[in-house]
Write a protein that binds this ligand. Sequence first.
Ligand SMILES: Nc1nc2c(c(=O)[nH]1)N[C@H]1C(S)=C(S)[C@@H](COP(=O)(O)O)O[C@H]1N2
Ligand SMILES: [Mo]
Length: 423
Amino acid sequence: MVIKIKGTKPSRRNFLKAAAAAPVAAMAGGQAFAEEADPAIIEKQPWTQFLGDGVDARPYGMPSQYEADVVRRDVPWLTADPVSSVNFTPLHELDGIITPNGLCFERHHAGIAEIDPGQHRLMINGLVDTPLVFTMEDLMRFPRENHVYFLECAANSGMEWRGAQLNGCQFTHGMIHNVMYTGVPLRLILEEAGVKTSGKWILPEGADASAMTRSIPMEKAMDDCLVAFKMNGEALRPEQGYPVRLVVPGWEGNMWVKWLRRIEVGDQPWHHREETSKYTDLLENGQARRFTWEMDAKSVITNPSPQAPITHGPGHMVLTGVAWSGRGTIPRVDVTIDGGENWVQARMSGPSLNKSMHRFYHEFDWDGSPLLLQSRAHDSTGYVQPTKDMLREVRGENSIYHNNGIQTWYVNEEGIAENVEIS
Ligand SMILES: Nc1nc2c(c(=O)[nH]1)N[C@H]1C(S)=C(S)[C@@H](COP(=O)(O)O)O[C@H]1N2
Ligand SMILES: [Mo]
């Protein structure tokens, strides 16, 4: 196989040399006692000598001061103004499958609406028997359900369409979060208003200054959509649409209207801004793909990655990452450490839920030579995550949205990782 590395330029010479090197013996994670005594063991630390904060000091708990780097980050050059922009989930700092509320990426078109729930209403109008208005209290009196779903912006990895660009999985893959929602099935609310037989589409609308709207077919609205008011057990954060947002499982994040104030029922799609000039994919032949709602299976190795280098030298190491599909579950993820010459099945750990993030691990002995890391997700429909070149063959290079191609990280002898492409 000829390996061509595109994007940033790691040393190809070293990689080839490394491929010939013999693997060294496994090394345990712990260390034998050193000659010199370890101050972390023999010295008294301040936290053993003084009383800590009492139970009245932290009415709402926050992470340790030593976790201060675990934050959402933005890419300033991406957008003209932070009120119509995006920040990214620090995937390389997380484990398991649930995204903590304060770290869920934010995407908004007109800033965060700060809504007084007492003044918020949800209206159902259009092709219904009885137009209705609900207060938040009214919504709480419908039967509610709990489901874990990922939300991925269709533009996730959009900056990588023409080649490796952003150095870190937070930036290449961080427009995703995965939380447990509590909400009312949209079906129950629509049935309460009584959808006329001519009602084939819905148009959810946000109460923020962008009044965002998207057309959603009635089959999806009646299937698994939720009108959600809780995430991970507590109220939605203002960033995520407090007091109520639409949840559209498996479908692109743009349709998950936040600060939901109105649902119109109609007989055809509305062709608004977010489904015409945005969230469509211009192909090579000048035609655009439209209504590409489902998010295809995708995965990424989160550790090691450019923001999370290997810091421990050769020996036993843990590789981990996440995978998801808008069409079901992820029964299998393959991992390669040599740019695709050899693939092994990763170990899945954690709940395997429909349209939710999955966690995988691969433990191996690193011989200290450079690595070309990739992961490849298989979903429950049998679909296999494609390479970026396979995507470009079909869709050209004009697209921003729906880039679910295989990601490559090059790791050098020092453990430093970079975003590259190989072909
Ligand atoms: N009302 C409203 N809803 C919205 C948006 C918005 O700007 N206004 N942005 C959409 C887009 S493009 C995405 S990707 C998701 C992001 O959800 P999050 O901020 O919870 O990550 O919300 C969607 N819903
Ligand atoms: Mo989005």
